[in-house]
Write a protein that binds this ligand. Structure first.
Ligand code: F6R
Length: 606
């Protein structure tokens, strides 16, 4: 949701900003703009729609200058128009601002700006003028003074023509990271647009303002007290953030899974002790034994991964576990005590709903830990401890590889807790060995890509789908169904197989498609019966079944086979064909697969 990239250094800013905006496209946006400073003048270009529209407006030597700010906008206040796109100007084009977040008291601020002519409907333009109204020759002082009266959230960059050697950044609630080069700095919403230039970054925290020069940066708070920040090395690289010959990021990220799964479990297995070693938990074995309840808070795909965690924690460790949609958790008076362990799961680490939920859990005294992909993200930093899932940059809006790695980490945690409770050494070791076999088994599933594609093309004509699964495959059904609706816009719902006869079954007819997960586990016979009911009612049925299972394949119209693994690990394999199925159905229907309509990658508003 909205993206910012700014540059100050000795290179031409425009190409860096334009490429940076392309790198931020995955966050979701509907317009974009750039302002570059040269010879005491700010030049601006903005366009509605894709970055290509913006690029078309720029001729070869346009917009010279080595200081610039730019933005991709996701409309909140005001429609999708060029006037509403950032950067916004104030002080007759001397001050430029890009802003992510929402200025809640913008009407009140606007009232104070008597006589100012506004050119857009945005809260951000009000903020630009408001900063301008405090300007008396010191840009950072004007930003500080204005922000101390602002209610709302911001990640912002400001520049002023009187200060050709300065860019000001500030953050409250909307992420901002500084990239450090040789006599140059980058400032962006996340690390993706700076991966090609530097790995050295500093994450701004809420309430911090950075005064960035070409060769130095001073970070302070709203009271102008200097703050010493650490510099971190990012392990992600530019190549990981490229399509690498795949048609879409979605497909590339599905195919990343065998490799990034290994990254998730590497160094985290203690085979002789039959357990996992996840130092990020930061609890002694005694403290772990005191945990009497686990609550998982997450949204969307991360929630579905959390559901797999519930089955694993309850089965292996006997610890009652509930999974809550973050936005519900925060507002329902959850029962929490200091023996409750709360896991906040998030790919982006910026999801506002999950951030609110973890803050609520902390307030109530829970032990809170993160399971996060984006290094240095807000959730990762607020929880203070937790585990990175090491899925690498996930740039397609729909989450794929992050799901698999979240499940991997949850299983490792469940084994670690399990070994302190009911899980035997032998079971621990069997689970770990099975985990080590997963990458090669994912590869086996991926090899069937052509067959899955043909099936997806065939089924893409259906307007309605039920995804059915039981036990640990119910979350798989949820995730497969979510992927189908996000990517292809086909209506789809997921249910536990046993629920059909309690209502939803009324919908089944010959116009319905049913996708069932019928792998060989303790609920296999029950799931087969649920599928048989759908067949009887005329649905077109496709199932995911265990390799070599002739019986299951006889009950369905179509089958996708997956290798056998231990039941708790099945989601790691069974989800993969469903990701491919959704992807190819979407390609067949011609949707914008990497950037589905109405969705953003990083949902930074509640
Ligand atoms: C689904 C999807 C979303 C996210 C959800 C949480 O494909 O991408 O449902 O899973 O918005 O996002 P994170 O994991 O970043 O907190």
């Amino acid at each position: 949701m909205c993206g910012i990239i700014g540059y100050i250094g000795n290179q031409q800013a425009l190409p860096i900003l334009l490429q940076g905006l392309r790198d931020l496209e995955y966050r979701g946006y509907d317009s974009a703009g750039i302002a570059v400073m040269d010879n005491g003048k700010l030049q601006r270009v903005r366009a509605v729609g894709k970055i290509d529209n913006l690029a078309r407006k720029i001729k070869n030597d346009d917009y010279p200058g080595t200081l610039g700010i730019s933005h991709t906008r996701w409309a909140t206040h005001g429609g999708v128009t060029e006037e509403n796109a950032h950067p916004h100007f104030a002080m007759n084009g001397k001050l430029a601002l890009v802003h992510n977040g929402i200025i809640e008291n913008y009407r009140e601020l606007k009232e104070k700006l008597k006589g100012v002519k506004f050119n857009s409907e945005t809260d951000s333009e009000v903020l630009a003028h408001f900063i301008g109204s405090y300007y008396t020759g010191d840009l950072v002082a004007a930003v500080r003074a204005a922000l101390s009266l602002v209610c709302g959230t911001y990640g912002l960059l400001a520049v002023h023509t009187d200060h050709p050697d300065e860019m000001v950044a500030a953050r409250l609630g909307s992420p901002l990271v500084l990239g450090i080069g040789e006599n140059e700095y980058y400032a962006a919403s996340d690390v993706t647009p700076m991966l090609a230039y530097t790995k050295r970054v500093t994450f701004l925290d809420d309430g911090e303002i950075a005064e960035i020069k070409r060769d130095s940066v001073r970070i302070s708070n709203l009271h102008d007290q200097a703050i010493k920040k650490s510099v971190q090395e990012i392990s992600w690289n530019k190549q990981q953030a490229e399509k690498q010959g795949f048609e879409h990021f979605t497909l590339k990220e599905i195919f990343d899974q065998p490799v990034v799964f290994e990254d998730a479990i590497r160094g985290r297995i203690d085979m002789p002790a039959g357990t996992a070693k996840l130092g990020g938990l930061d609890l002694s074995e005694d403290q772990m034994r005191q945990i009497s309840r686990i609550v998982i808070v997450a949204c969307g795909t991360a929630f579905n991964a959390g559901m797999v965690g519930k089955y694993a924690f309850e089965r292996l460790a006997g610890i009652p576990t509930e999974v809550d949609v973050s936005s519900e958790f925060s507002y329902r008076d959850p029962i929490i005590d200091d023996h409750t362990l709360v896991f906040a799961i998030s790919q982006s680490g910026e999801t506002a709903d999950t951030l609110m939920a973890l803050r609520e859990a902390k307030r109530k005294g829970a032990v809170v830990r993160g399971i996060v992909n984006s290094v240095g993200s807000t959730i990762a930093r607020e929880v203070g401890a937790g585990t990175y899932i090491h899925a690498g940059p996930e740039l397609a809006v729909a989450s794929t590889k992050a799901f698999t790695n979240m499940v991997a980490i949850l299983l490792l945690y469940a084994i670690q807790f399990g070994r302190l409770h009911n899980t035997s050494l032998a079971t621990g070791q069997r689970l770990l060995k099975a985990l080590l076999e997963i990458p090669q088994k994912i590869n086996q599933v991926l090899k069937q890509v052509e067959q899955i594609k043909i099936k997806a093309q065939k089924y893409s004509k259906y307007k309605n789908f039920f995804y059915l699964g039981r036990g640990v495959n119910y979350p798989v059904a949820l995730e497969g169904s979510l992927k189908l609706k996000e990517l292809s816009y086909i209506h789809s719902e997921a249910y536990p197989g046993g629920e059909m006869k309690h209502g939803p079954g009324a919908l089944i007819s010959k116009d319905f498609a049913v996708l069932g997960i019928v792998t060989k586990n303790q609920l296999y016979d029950k799931m087969k019966s649920n599928i048989a009911e759908a067949v009887t009612r005329g649905a077109r049925v496709i199932i995911v079944a265990t390799e070599g299972d002739k019986v299951a394949s006889e009950i369905a119209d179509d089958v996708i086979f997956v290798p056998k693994t231990m039941e708790l690990l099945e989601p790691l394999l069974n989800t993969i064909p469903l990701q491919l199925f959704a992807y190819y159905a979407a390609v067949e229907l011609g949707t914008d697969v990497d950037r589905p309509r109405n969705l953003a990658k990083s949902v930074t508003v509640e």
